[in-house]
Design a protein around this ligand. Structure first.
Ligand code: 8YV
Length: 318
């Protein structure tokens, strides 16, 4: 019997899961194809499942070339790069790895916040480059800012936002948040207006889905956050107007930023790369063995359920 055909758009880094996928399905790794266009032309009609990444998703024109498709399994929690309305109308399950990466993303948010306000990366470079020996006087390194007790404003109080709140609360930080609506099951203060939240916060942590929130962090929000305020983004680069952010960093209109995600990854604006007040990551928030293994297993399950004719448990559209 021929195996079901699966198109994989992004690598999975867990060897056991790759072995299992290869034993169950005929895997087609789009990212390794010499001529993906010609391949799609010839084989698109036989593909029954797509595996893709959270921020890369799959575009509608490609979905239209996969008429036998039974599932889009997103190896991530963000599905903003998949047209859910289109998939819903087509009766196509789109699955996500809901809940698998919450803890790691929240951990990195706190890590970035501490790195930003304590200048961890700049001071690391100061030591590494031999500068400490040349400038041993304590004034050679500027004083940092205390994280414990900072007023933390969370943008998007979903799973990740709540996990960030829990961690920040353990550091004695008063928490406020904004979202589409107030939530009655949390003790945190709801602030409907983002500018007002920024004005009331020492650190703004972005945890929101990007689909309806493109560019919400702009010059007005950054100015409200102010020259003693920090921005952390572990959600999507598109939430931020990156030109406004770069200008605010360069001019010292905000104190610093910790960024894991960018508008046009892997490109990071020069002004952000050059600034010592910005701590950078390469979209790594979910990138631990533990989380990536749990995510990959959920992807396996979703594909298996869909190909067995069941509604995948993690489906967002069916
Ligand atoms: C991953 C993500 O980097 O979950 C998401 O939405 O963006 C990230 O966790 C990505 O999905 C890995 O493929």
């Amino acid at each position: 019997m021929t195996k079901p055909q699966v198109l994989q758009l992004n690598p999975i880094l867990i060897p056991e899961v790759n072995d299992e996928l290869a034993s169950l399905y005929q895997m087609h790794r789009h990212f390794e194809m010499a001529d993906p266009e010609a391949w799609l032309q010839e084989h698109g009609a036989s593909i029954q499942a797509v595996i893709t990444g959270g921020h890369t998703g799959i575009a509608v024109p490609m979905l239209e070339r996969l008429p036998a498709l039974k599932v889009v399994a997103v190896n991530g929690v963000g599905t903003d790069a998949v047209d859910l309305a289109y998939c819903r109308a087509r009766g196509l399950p789109v699955t996500a790895t809901l809940g698998a990466l919450t803890e790691d993303v929240a951990d990195l948010a706190i890590g970035l916040l501490i790195a930003a306000c304590r200048n961890l990366c700049a001071v690391d470079r100061f030591v590494r480059d031999g500068q400490w020996e040349q400038h041993p006087q304590p004034s050679a390194v500027p004083l940092a800012r205390r994280f414990s007790g900072m007023r933390v404003g969370i943008v998007g109080l979903g799973r990740v936002g709540r996990a960030v709140a829990q961690r920040a609360a353990a550091f004695g930080c008063p928490i406020a948040y904004t979202d589409l609506r107030a939530m009655d099951d949390v003790p945190h203060r709801f602030v409907p207006d983002l500018v007002e939240l920024a004005r009331d916060s020492d650190a703004l942590v972005l945890c929101a889905a990007a689909d309806k929130a493109e560019g919400i962090v702009d010059a007005a929000v950054l100015d409200a956050l102010g020259p003693r305020g920090f921005l952390v983004n572990v959600a999507r680069g598109r939430l931020v107007n990156e030109d406004d952010l770069a200008a605010a960093i360069v001019a010292g209109r905000i104190a610093g930023a910790g960024l894991d995600v960018f508008v046009d990854e892997p490109r990071v604006p020069d002004a952000l790369r050059r600034s010592d007040r910005v701590t950078l990551q390469a979209h790594r928030a979910s990138a631990t063995w533990e989380t990536r293994a749990a995510m990959a297993r959920m992807v396996l399950d979703s594909v298996a359920q869909a190909l067995a004719g069941q509604r995948p448990a993690m489906s967002l559209t069916t």
